[in-house]
Design a protein around this ligand. Structure first.
Ligand SMILES: CC(=O)SCCNC(=O)CCNC(=O)[C@H](O)C(C)(C)COP(=O)(O)OP(=O)(O)OC[C@H]1O[C@@H](n2cnc3c(N)ncnc32)[C@H](O)[C@@H]1OP(=O)(O)O
Length: 448
């Protein structure tokens, strides 16, 4: 039987679960309060659970809570009754869970449905007994059945998700600039027809949404933003302010409407008995370089500002090109979006390629067996095919390697040079890298 014909992993109880009285099942709205308790405790969240519940409910309600998976136990030691334990629901006690959002993600050459894995947590006294592994395997199977070819996540720790086939696929940074060096180069592109207005972000949402949608459709790694995620982006509560100001929007307008915006808060401090105000930019989106210049000029011209912090920037962030003195930018690695190919041939076909390529890739994937085997990838400027084959492999790799390079942030050559994959045909890895190349760095910038 070829790998294309293999059945999906059987939905039997994971090893050891039946003996312990554990069940792995789909969850729903009624389970969500118990799940918030479990995941909140696992993640050591100090907010009261009601706050977390109210914050998370609208974004999960968009999917009808239908992607929730949980592990529950039916029998437990101790005196606590169901009425006293927030995790008990219908005679079962929740001890672990995962969830997912249904995103539309920009990838090289277009957009794809992507499962945004979230809400992963196991009750602290039930760790290291295989609950996460069972949930991950079941979730991969569900994602595959839904027809989503890729899954993405933000990891709480970098050591968890590699074993499940995920890999860091973008590099995202925080950038700081002292106010005294906040100057653009004289030849930064400018358009006198643009004006910048400073407004409360919540009042100008209708101007932000189309700009974001246009830019997000072009930048690999970006997610289209649903109404509930817009609510979350513009949320302006004491908790989201975290001691800073209300959320402001500097919006660049051209003759035909909005063309860019910066969402930011200000923070007042005292340093050596002097006032020191900071600008914290949470999101900056511009549909044209001139709009970006106009927004930087607005931010750089604010009086009394001693420091600017750009909280989420791509590896090739425009400021490094536009600033007068690039050495004044202090850039610190922040995080990576992790990506996994759930359907290897499907995902490879739906991506565009920078150069023709014809290689046989041998894939190892112990948690999504339908991906295992040899796949012949043929691509050129007009499209790609990827079919199961019995031909000899040119490259043998783990599915996580494909996740790492899918958006174009990394190279397979890096894995090859460090002994992490095998090249059977000399030059095959270089040919794949050339085909996978993207001139711009991928960037997500959306927490979830
Ligand atoms: C997308 C997100 O939501 S990110 C949030 C992730 N959640 C958290 O960080 C909350 C705190 N942590 C937890 O709830 C749990 O410890 C989890 C979810 C990380 C792991 O759950 P567990 O049920 O203990 O994992 P499980 O028993 O299935 O372990 C599977 C393997 O992963 C390893 N592992 C699990 N967690 C970690 C970790 N944090 N660091 C390193 N290795 C880990 C285990 O050692 C085991 O390895 P093995 O397969 O070689 O034996």
């Amino acid at each position: 039987m070829s790998q294309a014909e293999q059945p999906e992993q059987a939905a039997t109880a994971p090893k050891g679960f039946a003996e312990r009285g554990w069940v792995l099942r789909a969850g729903g709205k009624d389970d969500f309060r118990a799940v918030v308790e479990v995941v909140g405790e696992a993640l050591v969240v100090t907010d009261d659970r009601q706050t977390s519940f109210e914050r998370l409910t609208p974004i999960l309600a968009e999917d009808g809570f239908e992607r929730l998976l949980l592990v529950a136990e039916t029998d437990w030691p101790g005196q606590v009754t169901g009425a006293e334990d927030e995790r008990v629901i219908g005679g079962e006690r929740v001890i672990g869970s995962v969830n997912a959002f249904s995103f539309e993600m920009t990838v090289p050459g277009g957009t794809q449905a992507a499962a945004g894995v979230t809400g992963v947590g196991v009750w602290p006294t039930r760790r290291r007994q295989g609950i996460l592994t069972a949930l991950m395997r079941r979730q991969l199977s569900d994602i595959h059945r839904r027809g989503e070819k890729i899954a993405i996540l933000w990891a709480s720790e970098g050591t968890i998700y590699g074993r499940y086939g995920y890999a860091p696929a973008t590099d995202e940074y925080g950038t700081t600039l002292e106010g005294t060096h906040a100057r653009l180069r004289p030849d930064a592109p400018r358009d006198p027809a643009l004006t910048v207005e400073l407004l409360r972000a919540s009042r100008v949402r209708a101007d932000l949404e189309p700009v974001f949608a246009t830019v997000a459709a072009e930048q690999s790694g970006r997610l289209q933003r649903s109404p509930a995620f817009w609510d979350r982006t513009l949320r302006d509560t004491p908790e989201s302010r975290d001691g800073k100001s209300y959320l402001k929007a500097a919006v660049a307008y051209g003759p035909d409407g909005p063309v860019g915006y910066a969402l930011y808060r200000t923070l007042n401090k005292w340093v050596d008995a002097n006032p020191a105000s900071e600008v914290h930019v949470e999101e900056m989106v511009a549909a044209a370089p001139e709009a970006r210049t106009a927004l930087y000029e607005h931010l750089f011209s604010r009086d009394l500002v001693t420091r600017l912090v750009f909280e989420a920037t791509a590896e090739d962030d425009p400021l490094q090109y536009l600033i007068a003195d690039p050495r004044r930018l202090v850039t610190k690695y922040d995080d990576s979006l992790w990506l996994r190919l759930v359907d290897v041939p499907g995902a490879l076909v739906e991506r565009s390629y920078a150069a023709p390529v014809d290689v046989v890739i041998e894939v190892t994937d112990r948690h999504a067996l339908w991906n295992e085997g040899r796949w012949r990838l043929r691509a050129d400027g007009s499209g790609a095919t990827c079919e199961a084959t019995s031909e000899a492999a040119d490259v043998s790799l783990d599915v996580s390697h494909l996740g790492a390079v899918y958006l174009g942030a990394n190279t397979l050559t890096g894995f090859l040079r460090n002994g992490l994959l095998i090249e059977q045909t000399p030059g095959a890895v270089a040919a794949l890298d050339t085909a996978l190349f993207r001139p711009e760095a991928p960037f997500c910038g959306q927490g979830f």
